[in-house]
Design a binder for this molecule. Structure first.
Ligand SMILES: Cc1cc2nc3c(=O)[nH]c(=O)nc-3n(C[C@H](O)[C@H](O)[C@H](O)COP(=O)(O)OP(=O)(O)OC[C@H]3O[C@@H](n4cnc5c(N)ncnc54)[C@H](O)[C@@H]3O)c2cc1C
Length: 355
């Protein structure tokens, strides 16, 4: 948008439009990064931390861990921000855990997955470092109404802005925010029917003094029909040895640590009985991620991707689930951010040309 009118910078003489981004997850932060030079951007985040589904506890990824080689936007961004990736540890045999007993097997070749040194949260912190806009933490958007502009009400104050970008999981955008005028029925129904990716999941990280399974020729990967962990992987970092697992959806969270250790001892032997720490996040219970409808596990990856707006196009519904490629994934959050920011720039340019 930076143009020159008779020697003056366009940006310098025009007041920048106010854009409010709801959510400081990967999509919200990257959207702000892409828009901040051309617009007056602020981010509202309900949690007391940035990241959304990206969440690090004691150096461990409690949300996403992996990126894949075909994901161009995230790999490009990682490089631009000077971060380092390493390959997911898969050397050695895997375990197959069935009611009859535990078997070892050599998993078939699959697409390599990669992790980020410092965890996925290192990517979000690096984007945040580049931002010169304000992020309001601990502030939940409650309602949005259209007068001459858009009035966004949070639990703390009212913001008057020209445009709003929601990066909330679609169901939450319908459930937790009141719109005046109300959403069109077709928009509401579409958003309500889009599941939050991994909204049904619960993740457990079990930290050990050393990666003893590696010494026994095991990769740390287990596929289990017994549980409570259905899928286990090596989650070690440079600093800490760890395994992580997804908890089966029918398992109660109460005493989860005890149940997990019993399974790990059965699979990996007595050394597994002495972890240094166990961390657990039940994403089903995270009210700024999941709705009641998200508690039901998904049998496959949904067909994500949509282009929906409200308030005569002044509000976009973005976030990873809106992405036309890699929807649901971290890559999708970036694809969605690129789409929303390009669209908003194009529309503002058009509005200016018609003035
Ligand atoms: C356990 C788990 C494992 C995963 N594994 C992988 C993986 O290995 N690889 C991969 O690519 N992806 C994975 N994902 C998916 C990945 O985490 C998401 O694609 C990505 O983080 C979504 O980013 P987002 O910004 O679109 O949404 P979010 O991160 O959900 O951001 C939305 C933000 O909006 C905020 N918010 C909600 N309501 C309000 C409100 N009313 N007012 C203000 N703010 C609000 C939330 O707090 C949140 O910060 C995983 C997810 C989980 C939970």
């Amino acid at each position: 948008m930076s143009r020159f009118i008779r020697g003056f910078s366009y940006n310098a003489i025009m007041k920048k439009e106010k854009v409010l981004i709801i959510g400081a997850g990967l999509c919200g932060l990257y959207t702000a990064y892409l828009l901040q030079d051309d617009f007056d951007v602020e981010i509202i985040e309900a949690r007391e931390r940035i990241g959304g589904r990206v969440h690090n506890i004691a150096g461990h990824d409690m949300g996403p861990s992996w990126i894949w080689g075909h994901q161009r936007e995230i790999l490009k961004l990682i490089q631009t921000l000077g971060l380092v990736v390493f390959e997911q540890y898969t050397q050695g045999l895997a375990l197959y855990d069935v009611p009859d007993g535990v078997q070892t097997f050599s998993p078939p070749q699959a697409a390599k997955s990669y992790r980020i040194e410092g965890g996925i949260s290192a990517l979000l912190e690096a984007i945040k470092e580049k931002l010169h806009c304000t992020i309001h933490l601990g502030e939940q958007v409650l309602s949005i109404s259209q007068t001459k502009e858009l009035e966004v009400e949070t639990n703390k104050k009212i913001y008057t802005v020209s445009r709003v970008i929601s990066t909330l999981p679609p169901r939450l955008a319908v459930k937790s925010i009141v719109y005046t005028p109300a959403l069109e029925t077709a928009v509401k129904n579409t958003l309500e029917n889009i599941p939050t990716w991994m909204g049904y999941s619960a993740k457990c990280v079990i930290e050990y003094p050393n990666a003893f399974w590696r010494e026994e020729g095991l990769s740390g990967f287990t596929f289990s029909h017994v549980g409570p962990l259905s899928e286990i992987h090596d989650a070690s970092t440079k600093a800490k040895a760890a395994l992580f697992g997804f908890v089966q959806s029918n398992v109660e969270s109460a005493n989860i640590e005890k149940k997990v250790l019993e399974q790990l001892v059965r699979l990996y032997g007595v050394q597994a009985s002495e972890p240094t720490h166990i961390h657990f996040v039940d994403w089903k219970e995270e009210v700024y991620t999941s709705t009641e409808a998200d508690k039901k596990p998904l049998s496959s990856h949904p067909n994500y991707g949509f282009d929906l707006t409200h308030f005569e196009g002044k509000m976009f519904f973005s976030g990873t689930e809106s992405a036309m490629s890699d929807g649901g994934y971290l890559e999708g959050a970036l694809v969605a951010a690129l789409h929303a920011s390009e669209k908003i720039k194009r529309e503002t340019e058009n509005d200016t040309n018609h003035r």
